[in-house]
Design a protein around this ligand. Sequence first.
Ligand code: SF4
Ligand code: SF4
Length: 288
Amino acid sequence: MIISIASGKGGTGKTLVATSLAISLKDRDRVQLLDCDVEEPNDHIFLRPVITISEAVCIPIPEVDEKKCTYCGKCAEVCVYHAIAVFAQHVLVFPNLCHGCGACSYLCPEKAITEVGRQIGVVECGHSNGIEFAHGKLNVGEAMPTPVIRRVKAQANRDRIVIIDVSPGTSCPVVESIKDSDFCLLVTEPTPFGLNDLILAVETVKKLKVPCGVVINRAGVGDRKVEEYCLRECIPVLLTIPLDTEIARLNSRGITLIEGMPQWKESFIGLSDRINEIMNARSGCLKR
Ligand code: SF4
Ligand code: SF4
């Protein structure tokens, strides 16, 4: 089972839910947590994993042998990212724009282009008190998180419950992280911003055909419009976490909710059970 934890909006409590779910389940199930929020991973701050493997993530960028080049311009024509420019007697490559698609080297008639690796980030794997852990870190200034996300997801161990912490929003990194999940938990807060971004996130997971449920965090801070929306759209609200200064205090000190307030463990086990029930009901319907 792969459960992704996403939110249309940053700062809603994704990390709180991902780490709490992992810690709550670890004594009952085999659990793996993958932090795919590679531009700002922070699950490690709470789980403090022992990192045992660190691997560079590279993308292939072109290197032009100008002795073979005839300056025909075909490589620049095919590059939709404008990462390669051909002048009368020179070819310029802009590594930061290159997406490593390989089209230019494939189409070069003179075979003047070879590919060299350029590091854009790193994937680190380890463990934390029985939880298998991996996260990716995109280098500062890099614009392409998806290759790093793919490498983090490649660590997924299907023998375990895999929890994926997704970056906020609804853009490419979010799609890359959520796709192939069995279930997506959308974390939101009961405010107009929370509702607006939840609606966008729901549209995204529907397009990906991943079933979803909602966790409302900081309940009591706003109104009931998120619940009304979920009711209208038949999206189950699976857990409600109240606005609580003690939870905020633990969070600011890098202490997980379950460590600081162990009474929440049963609620997160219940959350997992409800996801299982939904998945079992769906597979029963599909078989019929
Ligand atoms: S396609 Fe090949 S030969 Fe043509 S300009 Fe580019 S590198 Fe040179
Ligand atoms: S590998 Fe793709 S993105 Fe990079 S320069 Fe070549 S065509 Fe452009």
